[in-house]
Design a protein around this ligand. Structure first.
Ligand SMILES: Nc1ncnc2c1ncn2[C@@H]1O[C@H](COP(=O)(O)OP(=O)(O)OP(=O)(O)O)[C@@H](O)[C@H]1O
Length: 252
């Protein structure tokens, strides 16, 4: 039986007059990793960023259609966007730690959701760092500035920050594109582990990355979802000619 948490239905997204995502339809399966793939500018990030309404911050951004989270349209006027973003968290392309200590980077969000007891705060910070596979590297340096961490460590800290407030879904927007191969490998391993607890959608340019970690691939081209399938099927036996061209490096 299929078990999905997000359903994108007849969804269009515009920047002013420009149609960036066209009539998208997609179901995001629970506790699976769904990769959104396609050439530069095809609308991957726009589709991803629409899933927790982070693009609402762009004044000329407009949508039509629906994105259902547990069968409720997230674009309904009564939806509280802050609660939505708490349940559907996001990790960006460039690590974006706050200019504060490692501990505070995580404690900050926890306090915002009402965790004030010092002991509870410490436990939750530790759990988040452990889940993000960063605890062992930073446990003696929790008061150090997060900006002193390496790029890969900063990205794991951002993941820890997202996990700490216990979302259901984590959206990753090309989370390894600014990282070296070793840091990339660690983040990939981490994302795979996180899928046991969270539902994951990841935008990636990288066919190898999609093949290594994702369960499903959604292939986009010029704003449209051209093809979607289980990763092994889509990558080895693409049905659409444009997907075939992308996979063989002819476009992209
Ligand atoms: N803030 C914006 N204002 C206007 N147009 C935008 C904005 N952001 C993206 N676009 C346009 O919308 C289209 C889709 O962009 P989007 O960033 O979603 O694509 P992408 O597939 O994620 O690209 P990339 O892989 O290069 O990040 C592109 O034509 C882009 O130029």
């Amino acid at each position: 039986m299929t078990d999905y948490v997000i359903e994108v239905r007849n969804f269009n997204a515009y920047y002013g007059e420009k149609l960036a995502v066209k009539d998208a339809n997609l179901k995001v399966q629970k506790n699976k990793i769904t990769a959104i793939m396609g050439p530069s500018g095809c609308g991957k990030s726009t589709l991803l960023r629409s899933m927790n309404r982070i693009n609402d911050l762009i004044p000329e951004f407009k949508v039509q259609g629906e994105i259902l989270f547990h069968d409720k349209n997230i674009y309904d006027p009564e939806v509280d966007v802050y609660t939505l973003r708490r349940r559907i968290g996001m990790v960006f392309q460039k690590p974006t730690p706050f200019p504060m200590s490692i501990f505070e980077n995580i404690a900050y969000g926890l306090r915002l959701i009402g965790v004030t007891d010092r002991r509870e705060l410490k436990e939750k910070v530790r759990t988040a760092l452990e889940m993000a596979a960063l605890w062992d590297e930073v446990k003696d340096d929790l008061e150090k500035s997060a900006l002193k961490l390496s790029g890969g460590q900063q990205q794991r800290l951002c993941i820890a920050r997202t996990i700490a407030i216990e979302p259901e879904v984590i959206l990753f927007d090309e989370p390894t594109s600014a990282l070296d191969p070793v840091a990339t490998q660690k983040i990939e391993a981490l994302i795979e582990e996180l899928a046991e607890k969270f539902t994951i959608v990841i935008v990636t340019h990288n066919i190898g990355q999609a093949s290594r970690i994702s369960d499903y691939v959604v292939f986009m081209y010029r704003g449209e979802i051209i093809e979607q399938n289980e990763t092994s099927k889509l990558l080895t036996n693409p049905q659409n000619e444009i997907t075939q061209q992308f996979l063989s490096g002819k476009i992209g």
